[in-house]
Structure formats: C-alpha cells, structure tokens
Design a protein around this ligand. Structure first.
Ligand SMILES: CC(C)(COP(=O)(O)OP(=O)(O)OC[C@H]1O[C@@H](n2cnc3c(N)ncnc32)[C@H](O)[C@@H]1OP(=O)(O)O)[C@@H](O)C(=O)NCCC(=O)NCCS
Length: 457
C-alpha cells in the first residue's frame, strides 16, 4: 500500500521537531538571553500590548498615583516632600517664595543612572523635532486603557515649545548612551505670570515624558531636578505646571468639559462621557449646531489684529488671580492662526475696533485598533474675551467654526468665565480633572473661575 504525503504518520523525532517549532513560534516575542519584562512587552504586537494594558486597567493593577485628594492624603510623596511646594492639607494665607533661591545654584548637572546622558534638544533640527514627536506620540498616553495616543506634529511642537525668548537648554532630553535613543523629555518655557497681586517671571513646565520601558524607575525626579537647576541658572525660581494627578499641592483643581461635534464618530468610538440614554438619531439631533455663524463682524485673526487682541486680553485676564502677562510678541506667537495648530477669531465692530476674540488649539489623537476610525481631532478652548457679543453666542459660533473645520470634539476647562456658557451649549462635565500647581510659591488656593491661565499641552 502506498501512502500519500499527508497520510504519513510523523516519526517521534519529527513530532519533537514540530512541537519545538510550535513552541519557538509561541516564544517568538520573548528575547534571547535574560528575560526583561519591559522588552518582552515591547516586542509584542501593538494589539497584544493594548489587550494587556486594558486588562491591567480593568483590574486596577496599573501604576496608581493619586487622582483624588483623598487618595493623595494616603500617598507618600518621596520626591515631592523634598521640594519647595506647600504640604497637602496646609491652609496657606501668605504670599511669597517658599525658599529664597539666589543663594547658590548647583553648577554640575544631576547624575543619571549609568548608560544614560543628558542632551539639550535643538528644535531647529528637524530630525530632533521628529524624535521628540516619536517619544511623545508613543509614550505620552492619553487614556489609561491605551485606546488612543497623542499625535503631535512637528509644527504643533514648535508652537508649543518655542514661544518668544525660549531657551534651548530648557528643552531637556535623556538619551541611551549605546544607541542615542531619546527616552526622556521635559521642557520649560519662559512666562510672566500674575499671581494675585504679584507679577512674577517664571517658567511653564510641560511635556514631562519618560519612555514606557523606563517607568517607575524614579527618572521623573531627576528630570525635574535637572530642569529646575537649569531654570535657576537663569535667575528664575518659580514655575507653573498642570497635571491630572494630585501632587502637593493644587493651587486650583479644574475640570474638563466636552462638547461633541461629530457625534456619530464619537459614539462609534465609545467615547467616554457621552449621554447613554439617547439613540444615535436623537443624540445627533440634540447636539445639532447651526450651519453658519451669526455674529456680525466675526472673522479670522490676522497680523494686523495683534495689538487689538493684546488689549482685549490684557483687560480681561487682569481680573483673575492667576493669569499670563502676555507681551505683544507672545500674543502673536500664541494666537496668530496656524493650520492644524491654533485658530483665533475676532469680532470687529462697525468703527473698526475689535470687541471680542476667541481662540482654540488643536490636539489630534491616533485611534488604536479600531475597525473604522484611525484618528480623533479635538479643539481646546484657549482664551475667549467678549465686550460686545453675548458669550454664549460667541461660543456657539466658535463651535460652528470648529465643526466646519472637521473637529470631532471641543474641550473647555471650567476656568475663567467659561462656566457661563458650558451648560447652555451642551458641554458635559468629564471625569478628567486638571490641577494647577506653583513651584516655590506660597499663596491661598483659588476656585477655577479665578484661574485665567491655560497651558496647552
Ligand atoms: C509622568 C511620567 C513621566 C511619570 O513617570 P513614572 O515612571 O511613572 O514615575 P517615576 O518613577 O519616574 O517618578 C515617580 C515620581 O514622579 C512623580 N510624578 C509622576 N507623574 C508626575 C507628573 N505628571 N508631574 C510631576 N510629578 C510626577 C510621582 O509623584 C513620584 O514622586 P513621589 O515619590 O513624590 O510621589 C510618566 O508616567 C509618563 O511619561 N507619562 C506619560 C506622559 C504624562 O502623563 N506626562 C505628565 C503630563 S502632566
């Protein structure tokens, strides 16, 4: 009897070989040599990594830094307790620096673990800019369950990191010595800020990011210490920063509100915080916006408007307890429209003067492993000031403009006078808080409506 190839029974040796090959296939993601958990995870396909992260999130096994004041009171802040920041629970009535900094500023950089080095990142070099984009886009995660990631572009980062008087040494990177890979980043930008009655030259600290593989290894305190040293070297001893986490000690705790623009897409993405009790059809109807704007004289800001916008902002922002003191050049930098980065509109009265302004910046996300959608475009309210137009009308027009520009969702914080239009315009409160902090400055806390400062990512 002859046997076909497929009928042939494998010999013992062949079975062993096949089972080894099968095992080898299954183990393909494991590295040779000593097993490092982070590199094992990293070598998994993106979809597998996402599944694991979702499971960890579900069972709350991920890193747990405090997100509420109650959790914070039970947490030991090994690093932050050594820093000049108010203690959690202290009630502060005085105003001023916590430590006087001028005495001595350390000359030598802080030491990094062996195998890592500091690098001052030169943003005028396109390949360096690309490296920062890659680090942030792969590691600056938005949702804990890793369903979406930021998609920062080079032009966005130039806007966010290079305002007037920016300093290269405040774009502080950490590289791996062996392959020069960028694995850590933190930035400071110069800013003049008014806190209650005091005008202070300080920095805004932004884009703190550590590569996923190097998390929970205390890299953050070293980044913060080194950046502080570099800022101190320039005679600046205060900073303002925001975080979703509760650290010692929030100056103000604000909430994000969001307003759907492309409701169908958001529902398909199961975007958190959408009204659950409405059918798609009813929800679309409920959120429908007018097709066109209604404010006469509303138009895009141009270079000629900078001085007018500057005056409008100065007059408005001065009434809050925490506000930026923007120069004309800074107004030009932060507000002049740039495609897919920042949009600003002004209202011009019949006599030619500007009466109102509104601006929002653009943050894009990459949607991971969704059958239909690959991206999400969000608009974030920066500043709105109105002296002639009803704020609700002006903001409704802003939503119309954002929708026309194909944004999917509009975010606003409950800072400044924003509360006056949020509910009227069908924004929903999200579960995301944003806490404001000051470094080396003591002053009473403030409610969100006294905060006049927004720090774009
Ligand atoms: C934020 C991030 C750098 C923290 O890294 P990590 O590996 O979890 O933490 P590390 O082991 O390096 O350092 C832990 C210390 O940093 C502090 N820390 C963590 N996140 C912080 C933040 N966003 N701002 C300030 N301090 C922070 C912790 O409180 C802790 O100090 P403590 O002992 O006083 O509590 C990292 O999670 C990351 O890159 N996340 C994505 C980007 C991001 O969310 N950036 C922050 C934007 S505000």
């Amino acid at each position: 009897m002859t046997m076909s190839l497929s009928d042939k029974q494998p010999t013992e040796n062949e079975s062993l070989k096949r089972s080894r090959e099968k095992q080898k296939k299954e183990d393909a993601w494991k590295p040779d040599g000593p097993k490092d958990l982070f590199s094992m995870l990293d070598s998994l396909p993106e979809s597998k990594q996402q599944e694991i992260q979702k499971a960890l999130h579900l069972f709350s096994l991920g890193p747990t830094l405090p997100k509420t004041l109650q959790q914070a009171k039970k947490h030991t802040y090994r690093f932050w307790e050594t820093q000049p920041v108010p203690r959690l629970g202290d009630s502060v009535e005085t105003h001023g620096p916590i430590v006087e900094g001028e005495a001595s500023v350390r000359m030598e950089p802080y030491s990094l673990p062996q195998g890592f080095s500091w690098d001052t990142l030169d943003l005028s070099n396109p390949s360096v800019l690309k490296e920062i984009c890659t680090l942030l886009n792969e590691n600056y995660m938005e949702e804990d369950d890793n369903t979406m990631r930021f998609e920062f572009s080079s032009v966005y980062l130039q806007w966010a990191l290079q305002p007037p008087n920016w300093l290269a040494q405040w774009h502080c990177g950490v590289r791996v010595d062996s392959n020069k890979k960028l694995v850590g980043f933190i930035a400071a930008l110069p800013a003049d800020v008014r806190i209650y009655e005091t005008d202070k030259r300080m920095v805004q600290v932004k884009f703190l990011c550590v590569h996923k593989k190097l998390r929970l290894k205390r890299m953050t305190p070293v980044l913060i210490r080194e950046l502080t040293r570099r800022v101190n070297q320039q005679g600046v001893f205060q900073a303002v920063y925001t975080a979703a986490l509760v650290l010692p000690t929030p100056l103000s705790s604000c909430r994000y509100w969001h307003r759907p623009l492309n409701l169908r897409k958001l529902m398909e993405l199961s975007y958190p915080g959408l009204k659950q009790n409405l059918s798609l059809q009813r929800a679309v109807k409920f959120n429908r916006l007018p097709d066109v704007t209604k404010t006469p004289g509303l138009r895009r800001m141009t270079e000629e408007d900078a001085a007018g916008v500057h005056s409008l902002l100065q007059a408005n922002l001065g009434k809050f307890h925490l506000s930026p003191m923007l120069s004309l050049r800074e107004v030009e930098h932060w507000l002049l429209p740039r495609e897919n980065v920042i949009d600003t509109y002004v209202v011009q009265g019949d006599d030619g003067t500007l009466t109102d302004m509104v601006s929002f910046y653009s943050v894009s996300y990459r949607v991971l492993n969704h059958p239909v959608h690959t991206d999400l475009r969000s608009a974030h309210l920066l500043y709105v000031t109105s002296t002639a137009t009803d704020p609700v009308d002006l903001m409704e027009d802003t939503l119309v403009l954002a929708q026309t520009k194909r944004f999917d969702i509009f975010f606003a914080l409950n800072v400044m006078d924003n509360q006056s239009f949020l509910e009227n315009l069908k924004f929903s409160i999200s579960d995301k808080s944003l806490h404001y902090y000051l470094y080396n400055w003591m002053c009473p806390t403030m409610s969100p409506d006294k905060v006049g400062l927004v720090l774009p990512n």
